[in-house]
Design a protein around this ligand. Structure first.
Ligand SMILES: O=C(O)CCC(=O)C(=O)O
Length: 254
């Protein structure tokens, strides 16, 4: 595998546990992705049996890759996927994927309180990276617009580290917010302490989420790729991302 991260990106990610990739999507790509996301949202709203959250602070279209081929392309986007692969390794595979729609909320409702994505005690290995999650912003996200917030460096805290309580507004000491323009991507280590802050702006936040782990990990329940997608996957990268290869011994070659 060719290393693609700049020295600055590598150091920033190692120190902080997250990375911002500005202009990950060109304006044309953003428009195409946004149009496909709108179509998926409409299908999902029209059929309440489709999986996802239907709450006040979050509506989510679960397993968005099943809705349109453009989302599969994003799963291996040339500006972002090589970075994720460099961090995780050649045994990379998809864990879960969603389209999150977070409308403004009148009070402090939020959909993700402070948490780590993984707390896999049986395999606790602080030098390993189990998961990396990528967000693509489909709308501009303001400071008060339901931004994802991180405690930088917390991916390296010991598993029994006692995190402080957030303020009622959801603030954590030393945290940063992903207030970013549409078309940006950000990624983070699954062991970083993070939250979605309340959306107190006037705008609905829209993001696509792709979570990656290792081929020997199962996809998150409810996110197992369909037989249709697996059968249509022909390239080695897509077959591995969609778990259409053996769980043990599989690795991308180039
Ligand atoms: O929506 C967000 O900004 C955060 C979501 C989150 O916490 C997660 O996907 O684990």
């Amino acid at each position: 595998m060719k290393a693609v991260m700049t020295a600055e990106q590598r150091l920033f990610y190692e120190a902080n546990g997250y990375l911002l990739i500005r202009d990950a999507l060109s304006p044309e790509e953003l428009a195409r992705v946004r149009a496909a996301a709108d179509r998926a949202e409409q299908q999902w709203r029209e059929d309440p049996s489709r999986l996802g959250e239907r709450g006040e602070a979050l509506q989510s279209v679960q397993a968005i890759i099943e809705y349109d081929p453009i989302f599969l392309e994003l799963l291996e986007h040339p500006k972002v996927f090589p970075i994720v692969r460099e961090i995780i390794g050649d045994d990379i595979a998809m864990v879960d994927n969603d389209y999150y729609i977070s409308p403004p909320v009148a009070h402090l409702a939020r959909h993700h309180h402070w948490h780590f994505d993984e707390g896999l005690r049986g395999v606790y290995s602080p030098r390993s990276t189990m998961m990396v999650k990528v967000f693509y912003a489909l709308t501009d996200i303001d400071e008060d617009g339901g931004a994802t917030s991180f405690v930088p460096g917390s991916h390296r805290f010991p598993i029994d580290f006692k995190m402080p309580e957030p303020t009622p507004e959801g603030e954590m000491p030393g945290s940063v917010r992903m207030a970013v323009p549409a078309g940006s991507a950000y990624l983070f280590n699954g062991r970083i302490y993070h939250a979605a802050l309340p959306n107190r702006s006037q705008k609905t936040r829209r993001v696509l989420i792709f979570n990656y782990g290792h081929i020997w990990m199962k996809p998150w329940q409810g996110y197992e790729p369909s037989a249709r997608l697996q059968a249509a996957a022909t390239t080695p990268v897509r077959r591995q991302l969609l778990h259409a290869v053996p769980a043990y011994g599989s690795s991308l070659q180039d």
